[in-house]
Design a protein around this ligand. Structure first.
Ligand code: ATP
Ligand code: MG
Length: 908
């Protein structure tokens, strides 16, 4: 086999397919752009899903790349294999090549074989392949693939095996594109079998031992599944392949484990240095080593894509894997934060192929260490609690921990379900995972956050695709479909091509009806990149018939619909119309969008480069911007940010907006946003003169010059999730309205305070301090009055066995005064007991004071207060010499005093 490094193998894969006419497409983010159905990108095809579904088109028909994948949630979850085996990771790289209606099985098979056996020189006699043969007998066998495989140079025909639906038929979802697939396996040799000696075991492809390893899966998408029993052939057939980089590297480098390839061994080395182990000790602890190396790598890539540790969804996964790695670190004696060191090796190892790691180095390392310390703070109580639960299970002879308890371990002690499961498994116990999810969802729904994870699914696009087919057949639309240009025009003339009502095409719609309209061209913006869709009107000549547009969407490739309601008259297919964007609203949106870019740039300047965009919303009335930052932005920073943005507005920079290739844009330093999907040609928005202040990839609409924004005011700053902050702001008209409203308030306040606006703060301070003084004065008088009142009451002091005893009600005083009066009593009667009560805001309060000599005679103020409290329905307590009580029932206050006196008298 060729001797190549992991990085060289990655590159040679891409170069090979480039030589076969493929376009290199950058790896998409781990966070799938605009796809709510999966948590993470889990295969190379995810970024092309829309192309297979027919809702999107690309400028190329052949593509290849190396895609960042995560398999820790949903249908593809390999977490439990990580640490136990050498071939499954949470994060891994998937090499892939695609044909979108271009080449098919023949070329896909031939090239895969050529790359493996000729370029990489993998011995052909070790390779095995599979083709589809339906185990249910409904779907035709993939005999084409079988024949192609058998005729490859050097292929042993006996190594071409049939496989059923489980391994050899691929489906995206319940319905939609699907087809047979062919896997390529390698025979690693009998020494890899881990089931030797197990009765009945036979080593085989897709068997249950580790001798045969799956390397590559070639999917041939040729059907559209309409329902459980109906497949319809697709007019355009596609190829989708995926090969795990780490696996092929382990084969070519002749090592027994993915972790011993040059991709992962530097991480293992770092762990070894941290643990201070020799080779033998490392071998003995291979499981924790594997978990730590895998999880450190996954975490590094996740945070670089903006997924910081948190409580829910994706963020929960980052938290969970950091905590899991931390616990396995404990097994190696790494009890302090250590994972950032391993992450640093990841950045060093992968930084060249994935520059986002280098760019976000500080954010990655800081987030990891912070999360580890958070975990360290709670781990002991969590483990203690879990021990108790385990003992409880054992005592009751049970083997399964219930979901509620598992959730409580997470919610109160920060122990993720996956860790609880690990720990239970180590003792032969299990946990009710469904119950955990239920408890988590209940909790989230109660706190208004919705379900934890979505389901995979798709919208029915067939009606829109058939409208497109129909209109192209009639030459009403070109093959490119509806033209889209929200940038150069605000009005267009056209003809109504189709009307859709409740999912069905109709010929006309009358006033009051809500429908969707298809035009040959549109200047309405479609919601994307956080910018909301345009609104406006579609009218017939002379404004006789009016349709108001409230939303605009692209439900299928080539089709754009204007959603809204007929306000007046009647509209029909074939009507000549004018479509007009609500231009005042659009101006507001443009101002907010450009201001968002200025804000993003200013955040980087004032609080740092780690403040990556984590979400944004641009609407006409305000803008909202979420970014990664661990703590609240200070008032001073906010002032600086606001001032900086306004300064750049005043500079009146021209915006330079142009299209260029994604590669050029990235090379020149454009900021790409995580979770966004970019095509090969991107639109770049540059603000600034020679040195750009802001350089972003953006499809939104913007002002011509920054001065058009007018004014920028921050209205709020807060947090949305752990490590994510949100700023809201207004510009232009809304900013003016805000200033106007604030000025009016200021004027009113000044008038009320009978002063000028400038003098207002001084005046308020003065009035406040005057009022303070008055309050102090008043309470002083009240205390004096109470004292006077009290002195009069003291004529009733009783003496019993040498001790002075008094109990009484002092109207309308506070607790402090009561205590003051009890001190007064003490001064006057050095040996005595006093019970003083009052009612404040309808609630009774009692103070009990006992002189020290009487304590020796068995009196206790705390006990007496408790007894009195019981009478008024409350609680009491304190020291033996001074205690107090409070309650609810003011009517029983006299009875409470009497009870207290009675106890005193009994003891004396
Ligand atoms: P396996 O049966 O080994 O789990 P799979 O059938 O889940 O593999 P596919 O979904 O076909 O794999 O993915 C394509 C390729 O990606 C596989 O052939 C394999 O090389 C690689 N791969 C899949 N899962 C992982 C993983 N968790 N870690 C590393 N590589 C993986
Ligand atoms: Mg798998």
């Amino acid at each position: 086999m060729k001797s190549l490094s992991g990085a060289e193998i990655r590159q040679s894969y891409i170069d090979f397919f480039k030589s076969k006419g493929h376009t290199f497409v950058r790896s998409a983010s781990l966070v799938p752009g605009g796809d709510q159905t999966i948590l993470f990108t889990n295969a190379g095809m995810v970024q092309f899903k829309d192309v297979f579904l027919g809702t999107d088109k690309r400028p190329y028909t052949r593509a290849a790349n190396s895609q960042k994948c995560m398999r820790v949630a949903g249908k593809h979850n390999d977490l439990e294999d990580v640490g136990r085996d050498d071939t499954h990771h949470t994060f891994f790289e998937m090499l892939g090549n695609w044909s979108f209606g271009d080449y098919y099985k023949n070329e896909a098979i031939e090239w895969a074989w050529e790359l493996l056996t000729e370029v990489w020189e993998v011995p052909s006699e070790k390779l095995w392949t599979t083709y589809f043969l339906d185990d249910k007998g409904d779907i035709p066998a993939d005999n084409e693939a079988k024949e192609y495989w058998k005729t490859q140079k050097g292929m042993n025909p006996d190594h071409v095996l049939a496989g059923g639906r489980k391994d050899n038929f691929w489906e995206m979802a319940e319905t939609g594109p699907c087809g047979p697939c062919s896997e390529i396996h390698i025979d690693r040799g009998p020494e890899y079998c881990d089931k030797a000696g197990v009765p009945g075991h036979v080593c085989q492809v897709n068997g249950d031992c580790k001798r045969y390893l799956e390397l590559w899966n070639l999917v041939f998408i040729q059907y559209n599944r309409l329902n459980a029993s109906t497949l319809e052939p697709l007019p355009a057939k596609h190829v989708d392949t995926g090969m795990g980089l780490e696996r092929i590297v382990s084969i070519m480098q002749g090592v027994t484990s993915n972790y011993l390839t040059d991709l992962l061994s530097p991480l293992m080395k770092t762990v070894q240095t941290l643990a201070g182990h020799n080779e033998k000790q490392m071998q003995k602890n291979f499981t924790p080593y594997r978990v730590i190396a895998d999880h450190a790598r996954a975490t590094t890539f996740l945070i670089a894509d903006g997924v910081v540790p948190g409580n829910t969804g994706r963020n929960y996964i980052t938290r969970m894997i950091i905590r899991r790695a931390s616990r396995f670190g404990g097994k190696l004696g790494l009890n302090k934060s250590f994972l950032a060191d391993v992450a640093d090796s990841v950045i060093e190892q992968y930084g060249e192929a994935y520059p986002e790691l280098v760019k976000n180095r500080k954010t990655i390392l800081d987030n990891i260490t912070r999360e580890e310390s958070r975990f360290h703070r709670t781990i002991e109580s969590g483990m203690g609690q879990l021990e108790d639960y385990i003992n409880d299970l054992k005592v009751k002879n049970l083997t399964r921990l219930d979901g509620e308890r598992a959730f409580e371990l997470y919610a109160t002690h920060g122990l993720p379900l996956e860790l609880t499961r690990d720990i239970l498994q180590e003792q032969g116990l299990t946990v009710d995972e469904e119950g955990f999810k239920g408890a988590m969802d209940d909790h989230r729904i109660a706190s208004g956050a919705g379900k934890a994870m979505g389901e995979m699914g798709g919208e029915d696009v067939s009606i829109y695709s058939s409208i497109l087919d129909d209109l192209t057949a009639k030459a009403k639309l070109s093959l490119a479909g509806v033209l889209f240009d929200p940038y150069s025009k605000m009005n267009i003339e056209g003809e109504i091509l189709a009307i859709v009502k409740n999912g069905l095409p109709v010929e006309e719609a009358v006033a009051g009806e809500e429908v969707e309209i298809v035009l040959p061209e549109t200047c309405f913006y479609i919601e994307s990149g956080g910018q909301v869709a345009d609104r406006g009107k579609i009218v017939t000549s002379g404004d006789t018939d009016i349709f108001s547009v409230v939303d605009v969407r692209k439900p299928a490739a080539g089709i754009i619909i204007h959603i809204g309601k007929v306000e007046q008259g009647k509209i029909k297919v074939g009507d000549k119309i004018t479509a007009k964007v609500d231009s005042a609203r659009r101006q507001d949106i443009r101002r907010n969008h450009t201001a968002t870019h200025l804000l993003h740039a200013e955040l980087h300047k004032v609080i740092g480069k780690h403040a990556l965009q984590a979400g944004s919303m641009v609407s006409p009335d305000r803008l909202r911007f979420d970014f990664n930052h661990p703590e609240a932005v200070t008032t001073e920073q906010l002032e600086l940010i606001e001032a900086g943005v306004n300064q750049n507005i005043l500079e009146n920079y021209k915006l330079e907006i142009k299209e260029r290739s994604l590669q050029d844009a990235m090379k020149e330093g454009a900021t790409a946003l995580f979770g966004e999907k970019y095509g090969e040609v991107v639109r770049t928005v540059v603000i600034g003169n020679q040195e750009p202040i802001s350089f972003e990839l953006c499809g939104g609409t913007h002002v011509a010059e920054t001065g058009d924004i007018g004014l920028f005011l921050i209205t709020s700053e807060g947090s949305t999730a752990a490590g994510v902050r949100r700023i809201e702001a207004v510009t232009g008209r809304a900013a003016y309205a805000l200033v106007q409203q604030r000025t009016k308030l200021l004027k009113q306040s000044a008038a009320l305070m009978q002063t000028s606006q400038e003098e207002l703060p001084a005046k308020i301070e003065l009035v406040l301090s005057e009022s303070d003084n008055r309050k102090k004065q008043a309470s002083l008088y009240k205390a004096k009055l109470a004292e006077y009142e009290f002195q009069k009451q003291l004529m009733n002091v009783q003496v019993k066995n040498g001790a002075s005893v008094y109990g009484g009600l002092i109207p309308e005083v506070d607790l402090d005064t009561l205590r003051l009066l009890s001190d007064l009593f003490k001064d006057k009667y050095p040996s005595g007991a006093v019970i003083l009560a009052t009612v404040i805001d309808g609630k009774p309060s009692i103070v009990v004071s006992i002189s020290d000599d009487l304590i020796k005679r068995g009196l206790n103020a705390g006990e007496i207060a408790r007894a009195a409290a019981q009478v008024v329905g409350g609680n009491g307590g304190g020291r033996p010499n001074l205690a107090q009580a409070g309650g609810k029932d003011a009517l029983k206050i006299d009875e409470a005093i009497a009870t207290a006196i009675k106890i005193v008298n009994e003891k004396l």
